[in-house]
Design a protein around this ligand. Structure first.
Ligand code: HEC
Ligand SMILES: [Cu+2]
Length: 331
């Protein structure tokens, strides 16, 4: 008996362990918290249904088991009003209990006052993210910086196909549709770094279309904004190697990448103003010099379908210089 129990519990653990890091169940924002309470309510209701059904099942299996002197089939019921009303009304009540708080939550969110909310324009392209702060005149990519306890309304746009914005711990999930502006509000409540991803299949690089949300204190967020407003191409002391990297960057990369975070300097590739502070290269690889070189040498290999072309005619030394220069782009 003990052995069976042990086997059964290890079997269950196997399943549970796969789910140990479900971010939706560990929210860090007010919308995420509200959604978790709705998830819990629906799980409790489903548990109740499962328990009743399983109990009835076991009881029936026992009651109608085959044994000598017993009819193999139970008496057939026809038009049992009491039963029919019961199994129509019960699910209705359960769905009603589920629907009321859900509808309340959806309409409550839609009626929230957004006059004090911060606006950020999010643009998704195959396979990266751009974040613009129109009130601050700043643009960045791949990493969204937010101050704690501030309601933010994200205006979602797409450059090409349908993408979907999703940061499980902050709540909500909203499509980005070409030619249309969708809105999604989030209010982060805890300082930290959260993973975001595209949640709608959008092409070969879809599963690598990740981004990071960094929630900071108000002061740290302001510091980051100040940094983004500085032009990184001037006033920095660079080593010989890094200076060479900067020259190569000007020649090969500046057509697509800006090194100033001001909105006017925005180009068609990701803005690289705070690249040295980013956790990832292209949202996929850890931001280390060897990984950066790997990306520069062949973006397509790291992220299939990537729209960054493979640079031509650069030597190993050039890649090193470029990667050293890019690491200097930070606070
Ligand atoms: C034709 C435009 C174009 C050119 C030229 C170009 N890139 Fe890119 N680059 C892109 C695009 C588009 C992406 C986004 C790819 C993705 O993530 O899907 C990108 C991504 C990157 C990233 C990752 C950014 C991040 O935030 O993680 C780095 C670093 C980068 N490029 C460096 C360079 C360097 C260095 C050069 C010059 C040798 C260069 N790029 C030339 C278009 C370009
Ligand atoms: Cu996508």
């Amino acid at each position: 008996m003990k052995k069976i129990l042990y086997l059964f519990s290890s079997f269950c653990l196997l399943f549970i362990s796969g789910c140990s890091s479900i971010d939706v169940l560990n929210p860090k924002g007010s919308q995420g918290n509200e959604q978790l309470s709705l998830i819990k309510l629906s799980i409790y209701i489903m548990m109740l249904v499962i328990i009743v059904v399983v109990a009835l099942f076991i009881w029936f299996v026992y009651k109608y088991r085959a044994r000598p002197g017993h009819q193999p089939f139970p008496r057939q019921e026809n038009r049992n009003k009491k039963l029919e009303i019961t199994w129509t009304v019960l699910p209705f009540i359960l769905l009603f209990i589920l629907a009321v708080p859900m509808v309340k939550s959806v309409f409550g969110e839609a009626q929230m006052d957004n006059s004090k909310a911060m606006k950020i324009k999010v643009t998704a392209s195959e396979f990266w993210w751009k974040f613009e702060y129109p009130e601050k005149g700043v643009v960045t990519s791949q990493e969204l910086h937010l101050p704690k306890d501030q309601r933010v309304v994200l205006e979602l746009h797409s450059k090409d196909v349908i993408h979907s914005f999703w940061v499980p711990q902050l709540g909500g999930k909203q499509d980005l549709i070409p030619g249309r502006t969708n809105k999604l509000a989030i209010t982060p409540e805890k300082i930290g770094t959260y993973q975001g991803k595209c949640a709608e299949f959008c092409g070969t690089g879809h599963s690598y279309m990740r981004f990071t949300v960094k929630v900071d204190s108000k002061q740290d967020y302001e510091k980051w904004l100040d940094h983004m407003k500085k032009d990184q191409s001037s006033g920095q002391k660079l080593s010989a190697d890094e200076t060479e990297g900067r020259k190569l960057f000007g020649k090969n990369c500046l057509s697509c990448h800006a090194t100033s975070g001001l909105t006017g300097a925005d180009k068609k590739g990701p803005n690289l103003t705070d690249f040295g502070d980013r956790d990832h290269v292209a949202g996929v690889l850890k931001n280390t010099p060897p990984n950066l070189k790997q990306w520069l040498k062949d973006p397509e290999k790291v992220k299939p379908g990537s729209h960054m072309p493979k640079p031509e005619g650069l030597s190993e030394h050039d890649y090193t210089a470029l990667s050293h220069y890019l690491q200097t782009l930070k606070k």
